[in-house]
Write a protein that binds this ligand. Sequence first.
Ligand SMILES: [Zn+2]
Length: 306
Amino acid sequence: MVEAVRSLDDPLSRDRLVHAMTPAGDWLALAARTDKLVAEARRRHDTWPTATCALGRALTGALLLAGLQKGQERVLLELMGNGPLGMVVAEATGTGAVRGYVQQPHVELPRRPDGKIDVGAAVGKGTLWVIKELGLREPYRGAVPLVSGEIAQDLAHYLASSEQRRAAVALGVSLDEEGNVLRAGGLLVEALPGATDASIRAMEARLQAMPTITHQLEEGKKPEELLQSLFADMNLQILSSQPAAFTCSCSRQRLGAGLLSLGEEAIREMIAKDHGAQLVCRFCGRTYEFSEGELRQLLAKLGDAG
Ligand SMILES: [Zn+2]
């Protein structure tokens, strides 16, 4: 329990994303620790254990994929499976702002025979969408079939088939008996064009032999330690460590714009029926109240525009 005491205000125990590279530039590695942001997502959305685990993996995966981008771009993952969770959505920016939700938060399935939480069954079969805002007019949209619904494998499959990137992804969330988040994190290892076949085979063997990410997180390993144990003798260089947190970019203005997009008729109906509107941000669960007067102001805006 030394770790628990040390974590009270040790900056290294905060949620963050670490970038690293080998000196030859043939391997890129990212590792994230996301305990607090996954716990925050659970609190906001009241997720049950299987849903917490799926959402936590998706949030961590989105953070890792955002870390592969050069700048501040936003990466959105949508897992559209036919399992009981419905859609799982996670978004992260290059600056470490992470948010997301599951369509059905109250999902708890029996554990798999190996004791692991059955995220694959909860997500089901379907499609993984990856949407990236790259500062262009239209965002990039890529889709691949879900291979397992376990999320890490699905992301690696997406990177291979849509972006021709040879990468391995591992994601883990560990929960206590009550379903509270103990640890969460992940890593992404990519073979860059300079990596030799021998080096790729050696890394595959290391990844095979590696204890599960959840186990390593439970041991209290920090992102740097996750990477160092995998790259043991390869002189991995840590390039940066940036904070990450559950942060939502919603605002009254944005939700108001959303209301406007519903059109005049829908807003008139809200005024007539409810004398106002209550909107909930799906990403963070925050509620925004719009009074009848505010709805009338929106209508006036529509009138101006028309
Ligand atoms: Zn929000």
